[in-house]
Write a protein that binds this ligand. Structure first.
Ligand SMILES: C[S@@+](CC[C@H](N)C(=O)[O-])C[C@H]1O[C@@H](n2cnc3c(N)ncnc32)[C@H](O)[C@@H]1O
Length: 213
């Protein structure tokens, strides 16, 4: 018998517009060539991010955690032509794959790939953003929030992935460093009066945040 969550995931996938051949090829390549391919966003999350970009039409997007470029491409395909994504990836071994697939998807002109540590790079970026997608190292989520909030425009949005961390965040007896960091991140957002937020139980949990002032 299929696990109920597997059946749910399959049903959701079957009723979501697919992201296309290039991203399917990138998924296969990611599973063949990377150590932790399950980090890839996938078609449901990808379509969700694309829809958000179509709705809010951000001019500048910042992404923490490019991995092989799946979410970057999903957002870039949905952005207006003059919009730009700055995407940050610490692992330089991924650069060639990312650049190849940005090109195959025809979105290279909209994407500025920066290889390096987001925590060091973001404070030095000389711009502000309408949308920030956080999908890097879970232990660093609280620090990401600290460096990202000053770079987020008023009425801009943050979307953060994996905020349910496989259900661990609401099991009080679990206290590993990643779970603790994700819990701290969620609490920081919930307690910040300048922010409005909703935790969506999509896949591993996505926090949507709006900066009101
Ligand atoms: C969950 S994966 C990102 C998945 C990607 N968004 C996608 O849709 O396929 C997390 C990525 O964050 C990167 N990362 C971790 N810490 C980072 C940091 N401090 N700065 C930049 N990238 C980081 C990792 O190397 C990894 O590739």
């Amino acid at each position: 018998m299929l696990h109920p969550n597997h059946e749910l995931d399959e049903y959701v996938k079957q009723h979501t517009t697919p992201m296309g051949n290039v991203l399917e090829e990138l998924t296969r390549l990611t599973y063949l060539t990377t150590y932790n391919p399950r980090m890839i966003s996938g078609p449901v999350q990808g379509r969700f991010l694309a829809m958000i970009c179509q709705m809010i039409q951000p001019q500048r997007v910042l992404e923490i955690g490019t991995f092989t470029g799946y979410s970057t491409i999903c957002m870039a395909m949905a952005l207006p032509n003059k919009s730009v994504i700055d995407t940050l990836e610490i692992n330089d071994e991924l650069q060639e794959t990312i650049e190849t697939y940005l090109s195959k998807a025809g979105v290279s002109p909209k994407v500025n790939l920066i290889i390096g540590n987001a925590l060091e790079i973001i404070p030095s970026l000389d711009t502000t953003y309408d949308l920030i997608y956080i999908d890097g190292e879970k232990r660093e989520y609280p620090q990401y929030l600290d460096v990202c909030l000053p770079k987020l425009n008023i009425h801009g949005y943050i979307i953060a992935d994996n905020v349910l961390w496989n259900g661990k965040v609401y099991q009080n007896e679990l206290n590993d460093p990643q779970t603790d960091a994700v819990r701290r991140f969620n609490k920081m957002i919930q307690e910040n009066n300048s922010l409005e937020n909703v935790l969506l139980p999509i896949r591993d949990g996505m926090m949507m945040v709006r900066k009101n002032y």
